[in-house]
Design a protein. Sequence first.
Length: 111
Amino acid sequence: MGIINLTPHPLNIVDTNGEIRNFPKPDAEVVLPRVAQTTVEAGQVDGITEYISSYGEPQDVPFNDGNVYVVSRLVIAACAEHGVDHSHLRSPGRLLRDDEGKIIGAEGLAR
């Protein structure tokens, strides 16, 4: 079993030993899982257009082949809502930030 990053950016995950493990950004030809989104205009707030987005079925979810795939939390939630097997999907765990608040990694993985 391996861990495969299917997010659009590189990941730094702190493992159980406190070591940082790096998972590179997927190659450009890799199709990443996404969630269908519909957005409609809902009005304005102080001269700025306001929108409402709703999310539908997940797209391009990998098959459960024994690997663990790291995807966005939104993809996992959409799978759960639409009855798609997501037992092999994880998202980055608790986010870790540097002194300036920039995300530098995550502590573990989340289901």
